[in-house]
Ligand binder design. Structure first.
Ligand code: ATP
Length: 432
């Protein structure tokens, strides 16, 4: 049975404003990976809608999205571990859809690694080098070096059964990464490899992983639901939802110019503050706060940022954190740039405290070390604002807020797609 195309057939390449990988060029043997209309169905469940995706040679691409959105299935199709229900998989333009995973020269790294139980940690990590013909002493010297870098040296002589789950995971990752020292695989495909690690260990392992990628130059596809991880590791991020890619771009572009309400809400911790608004010519009026936003006069032909980023997408709906587009998008006749409902998105760092701003009630101030996070209550819910460390307000106090004009992002009220309306002024209306 043919899977209907998603509402958004996507172009193959999505060059971001910051360009691609951090290396100027990748070694010639490093492949470009592509999905061309590849889709996957399990019974009646459509895990991935027909998808066009290009992973550039040598880049570190992260598939990011909530649980069940089809990240793993997408990765497994690239790996050859899952055969697409339709469409194809290409390496450097050559159709490899029918090629066995073992013949693709890719390394797979999963959350649950199976280590050889009869070998020590050192022997486990040295094993891939020995299998490639390196003498045992040299293989173990290099393995010991890597263990030291990853702070696993104290475990070198233990067997896997003596390790915690997190340590097993890091040893498994070390065993995968050591392959980059000799004859690196052409690509690394990683599915939540840092899944059970926390805190400093997670950060250190992340650094080791990115360093290994930079050294090997191998094309890397990495799956995670952790947007901090995605932002810190990726050359480009594909944000997925319900079997579709919503946006594919550099971390900065995704953070600064989210293609729709879902991405605005999902990326960033906390996500964007989202406010329903009503557009009236060259101003928009917020209902949650007595703020009126003025647009530049040259607004008559607004560019649709979401279309530029991903091609036309289907409607996006509510997430746990945002109130959903349907409330603002209740006018089917609404056209972007015309009269009607829309959404304003403002990152917490673009909320400013201003004597001439709109009054809000302080709900809570959280100390986060380098800065404080202020939660404010407005007429329709809560919003977040960053404060310098040390600045706090009493719960229940009234503060006045405004927004940096350059930090205002707009989304249409029907599909929640980004619009590049240029904000010039944020004005506080007099309240009765
Ligand atoms: P998670 O982060 O929770 O691993 P994911 O984004 O990686 O999620 P997938 O594992 O790709 O998502 O699953 C996408 C959808 O396909 C889900 O609804 C899942 O239940 C379904 N699915 C995945 N694999 C199978 C399978 N082998 N049989 C049936 N359904 C499956």
């Amino acid at each position: 049975m043919t899977i209907p195309p998603s509402a958004s057939p996507r172009p193959l390449a999505q060059p971001g404003p910051e360009g691609g990988p951090t290396r100027p060029f990748a070694p010639p043997t490093v492949p470009r990976l592509q999905l061309a209309g590849a889709a996957k169905k399990f019974g009646e469940v459509i895990a991935v809608y027909p998808m066009d995706l290009e992973v550039r040679a040598g880049e570190f691409l992260v598939l990011l999205g909530p649980s069940g959105c089809g990240k793993t299935t997408t990765l497994r199709m690239l790996a050859g571990l899952e055969k697409p229900s339709q469409g194809s998989v290409l390496m450097d333009g050559v159709d490899v859809t029918g090629m066995r995973p073992g013949d693709r020269d890719m390394a797979f790294v999963f959350q649950m690694f199976s280590l050889y139980p009869h070998m020590t940690v050192l022997e486990n990590v040295a094993f891939p080098l020995r299998a490639q013909g390196l003498p045992a002493s040299e293989a173990e010297r290099r393995a010991a070096d890597l263990l030291r870098q990853m702070r696993l040296q104290p475990l070198a002589h233990l067997r896997p059964s003596k390790l915690s789950g997190g340590d097993q995971q890091r040893v498994g990752l070390a065993r995968a990464l050591i392959r980059t020292q000799l004859r690196a695989p052409k690509a690394f495909l990683m599915d939540e490899p840092l899944g059970t690690l926390d805190g400093a260990l997670r950060e250190e392992t992340r650094t080791a992983l990115r360093t290994a990628h930079n050294q090997s130059g191998a094309t890397t596809v990495f799956v995670t639901h952790d947007q901090d991880e995605a932002m810190s590791l990726a050359d480009r991020i594909a944000v997925m939802r319900e079997g579709k890619i919503l946006q594919l771009d550099t971390p900065r572009a995704i953070y600064d110019q989210p293609a729709d309400l879902f991405v605005a809400d999902f990326v960033g911790s906390p996500g964007m503050n989202l406010f329903p608004a009503r557009r009236q010519g060259d101003v928009a009026v917020l209902s949650a706060l007595p703020l009126t936003i003025h647009f530049a006069a040259d607004l008559d032909a607004p560019e649709d940022v979401a279309s530029r980023a991903t091609g036309p997408t289907g409607a996006v709906g509510a997430s746990s954190r945002n109130p959903g587009v349907t409330q603002a998008g209740n006018s089917a006749a609404n056209q972007p740039g015309d009269q009607g409902p829309c959404w304003l998105g403002v990152r917490p760092q673009n909320v400013i405290l201003s004597e001439t701003g709109a009054p809000c009630r302080v709900q809570h101030t959280e100390s986060l070390g380098s800065h404080n996070l202020l939660t404010l209550r407005h007429a329709e819910g809560l919003m977040k604002a960053w404060l310098p460390a040390g600045v706090r307000f009493d719960d229940g106090a009234t503060v006045c807020v405004s927004f940096l004009a350059s930090g205002c992002r707009w989304f249409d009220g029907v599909h929640g797609k980004a619009q590049n309306w240029r904000t010039v002024e944020v004005e506080c209306r007099a309240t009765a």
